[in-house]
Design a protein. Structure first.
Length: 277
């Protein structure tokens, strides 16, 4: 258990978290994804390593991921705003249905066993891996109006599916906005803003539900681990700003392929973990 860790193990865990925060923050700003797809697998393995009860280890990873996404999404959004890459009209009208979806998705996620959450996460991650490996940026995209029915359906599903994955929803929202003709910088910037709404709702939901279930995880508020939050946020926040600036300077097709390859490996690895349960 946590109290039995020696100094070297603690240093190892903090180091892994710090290095992970650099990558998570940068990718969050770069892709507008919040960083949950990167954080959740890392936190899952770290919490398993320190002896967190299997019943709650995935729930703790999800809730903590949401809490970290809150400040990183704020910083990312503010940076994208400087480049006029956030469409607040879509954030307001699309975001409200995302929040509703997150509420129902969180209730659904808390009711699932860890093994079921791992399986769901691995399947959805594989889908996203294929998307990033195959996607290409449109040339001179022209935004078109997203009518109400699409906003309701897509927004709700984005929020509902984001909750059991501990993500800001960018992997859903960025492709949706691109389909409707938004440029990749605006799709990413607007997604980062919506990610704040998703993460705030999800973090509150997991904190409350974890407290209600009395998970007894040390130094945690429900399913939100405080030390992890304090280690990740300062580093990831700085790197989110760097990543958001980089969006407007680099070849995102190449980075997208690399990110897709990472997700593919994560999906396969987590599926193997599921088979062990």
């Amino acid at each position: 258990m946590i109290e039995n860790l020696d100094q070297n193990q603690i240093i190892f865990i903090v180091t892994v978290m710090a290095v992970s925060a650099v990558i998570v923050g940068f990718m969050a700003g770069l892709f507008g994804i919040g960083g949950g797809l990167l954080m959740v697998p890392i936190l899952f393995y770290l919490y398993s390593f320190v002896g967190i009860e299997k019943t709650f280890v995935m729930h703790l990873a999800l809730g903590t991921s949401f809490s970290i996404i809150i400040p990183t999404s704020i910083i990312s959004t503010m940076t994208h705003m400087k480049f006029k890459a956030v469409d607040f009209s879509i954030v307001k009208t699309f975001g409200v249905f995302v929040v509703i979806g997150v509420v129902f998705g969180t209730i659904f996620a808390v009711s699932l066993k860890t093994s079921s959450l791992i399986l769901l996460f691995s399947i959805m991650t594989m889908i996203f891996a294929i998307y990033f490996l195959m996607e290409k940026e449109k040339i001179n995209p022209r935004p078109r109006q997203i009518n109400l029915i699409y906003r309701v359906i897509c927004g709700f599903l984005s929020g509902f599916l984001s909750a059991p994955m501990g993500i800001g929803g960018g992997v859903f929202n960025v492709p949706i906005f691109k389909i409707f003709g938004y440029s990749i910088p605006v799709a990413i910037g607007s997604s980062a803003a919506i990610g704040f709404l998703t993460a705030l709702t999800g973090a509150i939901g997991f904190a409350v539900s974890g407290s209600y279930l009395n998970n007894n995880v040390p130094l945690s508020l429900g399913f939100v681990n405080i030390p992890t939050f304090l280690i990740f946020v300062p580093i990831a926040g700085i790197m989110a700003k760097v990543g958001a600036r980089t969006v407007h300077k680099v070849n995102k097709n190449l980075l997208g392929k690399l990110f897709g390859a990472y997700l593919f490996i994560v999906a396969c690895r987590l599926f193997l973990e599921y088979l062990k349960f």
